[in-house]
Write a protein that binds this ligand. Structure first.
Ligand SMILES: NC(=O)c1ccc[n+]([C@@H]2O[C@H](COP(=O)([O-])OP(=O)(O)OC[C@H]3O[C@@H](n4cnc5c(N)ncnc54)[C@H](OP(=O)(O)O)[C@@H]3O)[C@@H](O)[C@H]2O)c1
Length: 213
């Protein structure tokens, strides 16, 4: 599959090596050409500006800071229809670290805002719930493979399912894109725990699956 990355930061660096190893045709893109080139050279793949990458990818990984998303989509040519019909994997988080509130755009989650601004793209929200190091080398927790909750329209999720597995984790389909607001809120709790030095598992691994609730 042809995959492009809108962003060449930590999340891209953690996730795309798995897709390259799985044989996908990956092109790394960034606002800063030098950053994109460095990451692409590390893996021996192509790089380009955001518009070239948008052209290349059937699936695009959007991995930019939330405040840069509007710019990134503009630079990718969304208003010219470059993202129409494409699947956009949004791994972003939208948290105001001053008070850990969830940033919204007229009530929309970040994923919904991305879909709105993509002018015909289909967003799948995934990978926002764990730190980049976790995706770099996924391991099991309590004997279980890491699960990736993801959401979006059915046809878009179908295209992303194998890409999730290629990272070495298991997908957990949680529904349509309206569910992204929960994933973004959940990540805020994780970020809050991590910043307080509290392992998130200490807050979430309280019962075993199958135990009566
Ligand atoms: N890091 C994590 O552990 C983690 C975990 C889960 C989710 N996330 C989320 O994933 C997203 C990406 O995080 P990251 O850690 O990969 O970020 P990062 O390492 O800081 O990389 C940010 C990327 O965003 C681009 N960018 C920033 N402002 C931009 C703008 N105005 N226009 C266009 N591009 C812009 C940067 O481009 P340049 O190279 O040109 O500066 C860079 O490629 C964020 O929403 C973050 O909340 C991160």
């Amino acid at each position: 599959m042809r995959i492009g990355t809108l962003g060449s930061g930590l999340m891209t660096a953690a996730i795309v090596p798995h897709w390259i190893a799985a044989g996908h045709d990956v092109m790394i893109g960034g606002r800063n050409a030098e950053n994109a080139r460095k990451l692409a050279d590390t893996h021996g793949v192509a790089h380009g500006n955001l518009a070239e990458v948008a052209e290349h990818g059937e699936v695009l990984l959007l991995a930019v800071r939330s405040e840069g998303v509007a710019d990134a989509l503009d630079l990718a040519g969304a208003s010219r229809g470059t993202l129409a019909g494409k699947v956009i994997v949004d791994c972003g988080n939208a948290v105001n670290l001053a008070d850990y509130s969830q940033v919204r755009w007229d009530g929309r989650s970040l994923a919904e805002e991305v879909e709105f601004r993509s002018m015909g793209g289909h967003v799948v929200k995934a990978f926002n719930t764990c730190l980049h190091e976790v995706w770099r080398t996924p391991r099991s927790y309590g004997g279980r493979r890491l699960r990736v909750p993801y959401c979006g329209a059915d046809e878009a999720k179908e295209r992303v399912r194998d890409l999730i597995t290629a990272v070495g984790v298991e997908g957990l389909d949680i529904g349509d894109l309206s569910q992204a607001r929960h994933l973004e809120a959940m990540a805020i709790i994780m970020i809050r725990l991590l910043r307080a030095g509290i392992p998130p598992l200490s807050a979430f691994a309280l019962v075993e699956a199958g135990e009566p609730l």
